[in-house]
Design a protein around this ligand. Structure first.
Ligand SMILES: *[C@@H]1O[C@H](CO)[C@@H](O)[C@H](O)[C@H]1NC(C)=O
Length: 264
């Protein structure tokens, strides 16, 4: 019936406008995804900051990537939230970027390296890094950190770089809370090189078959299976640039939920 279908359309249109404005859909469209292979060209972005001026921010413990203690080594608070083409639904978790600014005067124009640990859902530019107060302040000449933070928002230049961690940092798999013999959730962190992860498989000791994990959320990969999961498991991960690494028997036979296991 024409009248009712057009009123349905009208309601739908009004609803879309309402939802659109409530969620700020009139937002800046995102730039193309920044992949591991896009090259090392400097691009333009906006940067803001959140949390305490010198801290890693209120999201220290549980941003959209699932990392914890990002104020501690190896991230040391040099962290930020990336918008869609940087966060990429979680695939951008752990990737590293150089950022620098030359305006205002307090900017040092020296690149600093930041790690993506969270999502930025309110972008003000096609590329937008919402940084920890510490990371934001580190783009500045010594002693002028507060001046820069008061500016609040900066034009920055950025490029994707390889992640390098201190020698004693190991690739770490955190078996997520709630994991049990029929569900295994693995949070992958401290991957050097591309930094990000686009695939995770596990293989039981003594078997040939790899079992593919699915993206759960952030940097968490999961498998649900009626077949009991008994280790030890070798974990293999693939980064966006195509690097594959196997960490043999890293998940032991007596693995426990909410515990981290690292490569030797
Ligand atoms: C950008 O990344 C997102 C998240 O991974 C993906 O869904 C989308 O298809 C990508 N866009 C392009 C153009 O590759």
């Amino acid at each position: 019936m024409a009248p009712s279908s057009s009123s349905v359309l009208l309601v739908a249109a009004l609803f879309a406008v309402f939802v659109g404005s409530a969620h700020g859909i009139a937002k800046v469209p995102p730039g193309p995804n920044i992949t591991a292979t896009y090259g090392d060209k400097w691009l333009e972005a906006k940067s803001t900051w959140y949390g305490k001026p010198t801290g890693a921010g209120p999201k220290d413990n549980g941003g959209a990537c699932g990392y914890k203690d990002v104020d501690k080594a190896p991230y040391d608070g040099m962290t930020g939230c990336g918008n869609t083409p940087i966060f990429k639904d979680g695939r951008g978790c752990g990737s590293c970027f150089e950022l620098k600014c030359d305006k205002p005067e307090s900017c040092s124009d020296e690149p600093v390296i930041i790690h993506i640990t969270d999502d930025n859902e309110e972008p003000i530019a096609p590329y937008h890094f919402d940084l920890s107060g510490h990371a934001f302040g580190s783009m500045v000449k010594k002693g002028e950190e507060q001046k820069l933070r008061s500016a609040g928002e900066l034009e920055v230049k950025f490029r994707r770089v390889k992640c390098k961690y201190p020698k004693d940092t190991k690739v770490t798999f955190h078996v997520e809370k709630g994991s049990n013999p029929n569900y295994l959730g693995l949070l992958v962190k401290y991957v050097d090189g591309d930094g990000d992860v686009v695939g995770v498989d596990i293989k039981k000791k003594g078997e040939d078959k790899w079992i593919e994990l699915k993206e759960s959320w952030g940097a968490v990969w999961r498998i649900d299976t009626p077949k009991k999961l008994t280790g030890p498991f070798t974990v293999r991960y693939t980064t966006e640039g195509g690097t594959k690494k196997e960490i043999e028997d890293v998940i032991p036979e007596d693995w426990k939920a909410d515990k981290s296991y690292e490569s030797k």
